[in-house]
Write a protein that binds this ligand. Structure first.
Ligand code: PMP
Length: 406
């Protein structure tokens, strides 16, 4: 069903503001999406009516806050079709989810163990594995890609050795928009007896994710990229892995019993949720997921594909245009450069025309090195972007390019 974009836009007050005298065209959704009124209302309601620390108090407010957080956990579980709420760990975001696995899973690694990543990973799915080098020599093996930005699956299979301990890969590239065949790649890893962590930061707001169907062992994502609050994320993990892993951080809430001699740990999921979490943001996940569900992920995906097609066709008309990443079925992310124009200059000029895009390496420097560039301009779409905005964005890029050609 086509989305009613005008109606959706009413849910996002920020879209009415102007930048440099022009109506804002927000195309930096891969970095963070804007937040609908219902999510902000949920945050306000928690502060105004239910604010109390969770999982601790017997008093009414604490129980209300706890109920809201646990309701959100159930919502997340259903959203990604996890088997149980014990497999849903609240984190600060994708980055913390990956660091959690790197830290806890990394405990069991030893010299010469190998982790397979892909050439298009975000730094948050590279650096945590490199930090393991502090304890032992862990080797990163990198899946290469084809010219269109799709991964080389044959090369992927060849990377497995007796020392491979984990595969860590992005579901969707934040630079190229490539949707990696994670289900197939997980099946291959499992044939080699290797578990897989999926970085779902760019996937969950744009396509249906079913962690059971994918058979993912870990799946990490961030609320702020899915119309949700900032500062909250999710790590899904299969129960048997989470049960076997040691805690990530120590503190309140994650314990069973503490003495100076010995401490036992809480059951899942609390074993991995030390300290006072962002329970306001956690509770607001319910509103964010309800919002996405009310629009329908399939409708969002179809709309974003329309925007992608229109933007790609429009940009390609501009002389000197190069788009990075055109794998079949790619998501609504376009990275581009115009011959002779630095990405930063293009970004600045677009901002002057009210268009918010990302410029730079997008936290994927190894990918930039592979592409032989320093950075790109990136436009990325969300449910509230309109075809009119895409047309105005393309016109703005054409105008900026023309200014440089003068
Ligand atoms: N992975 C990918 C693919 C991303 O795009 C991002 C955010 N740009 C992250 C990880 C990190 O997400 P966060 O900063 O929310 O932890």
């Amino acid at each position: 069903m086509p989305l009613d974009i005008d109606k959706i836009r009413e849910d996002f007050p920020i879209l009415n503001r102007t930048v440099e005298g022009n109506r804002l065209i927000y195309l930096d959704n891969a970095a963070t999406s804007q937040t609908p009124r219902c999510v902000v209302d949920s945050i306000c309601q928690m502060y105004y009516e239910h604010k109390a620390n969770v999982h601790r108090g017997v008093h009414t407010l604490s129980q209300e806050a706890t109920d809201r957080v646990e309701e959100a956990r159930t919502k997340v579980k259903e959203f990604i079709n996890a088997g149980s709420t014990e497999e849903i760990i609240f984190t600060r975001g994708t980055t913390e989810g990956i660091n959690l696995v790197a830290s806890s899973f990394g405990d069991s690694l030893c010299n010469g163990d190998e982790i397979i990543v892909t050439v298009m990973e975000h730094h948050s799915n590279i650096v945590p594995w490199q930090l393991l080098q502090r304890n032992c020599r862990v080797v990163l093996r990198v899946v290469p890609m084809n010219a269109d930005g799709s991964l080389m699956l044959d090369a992927y299979e060849d990377l497995f050795t007796d020392n491979t301990r984990l595969v860590a890969l992005a579901h969707v590239s934040n630079v190229l928009g490539t949707v990696n065949p994670v289900k197939e790649m997980i099946a291959i890893a499992h044939r080699h007896g290797v578990p897989v962590l999926v970085d779902g930061a760019q996937a969950v707001a744009h396509r249906r994710v079913d962690v059971v169907d994918l058979d993912a062992d870990f799946y990490a994502f961030s609320a702020h990229k899915m119309y949700g609050p900032v500062g909250v994320g999710i790590l899904y993990g299969k129960r048997r892995f989470l049960e076997a892993l040691p805690p990530y951080q120590g503190g309140g809430e994650m314990i069973g019993h503490v003495s100076f001699e010995k401490t036992t740990f809480a059951d899942l999921p609390f074993k991995f949720e030390a300290g006072t979490p962002d329970y306001v943001g956690m509770a607001a996940m319910t509103a964010a997921i309800d919002y996405i569900t009310s629009l329908g992920l399939d409708n969002i995906a179809a709309h974003e594909q329309e925007l992608l097609a229109a933007a790609t066709a429009g940009l390609m008309e501009i002389p000197g245009m190069k788009i990075f990443g055109n794998a079949p079925g790619k998501e609504g992310v376009i990275s581009f450069l115009v011959d002779g124009i630095h990405h930063y200059d293009m970004g600045m000029l677009l901002d002057k025309m009210g268009v918010a895009v990302r410029t730079g390496h997008h936290c994927a420097q190894p990918l930039m090195t592979t592409l032989g560039i320093e950075g790109t301009v990136r436009a990325s779409f969300a449910a509230y972007n309109s075809i009119d905005e895409v047309n105005r964005f393309v016109a703005a890029v054409a105008r900026a390019a023309a200014m440089f050609r003068k």
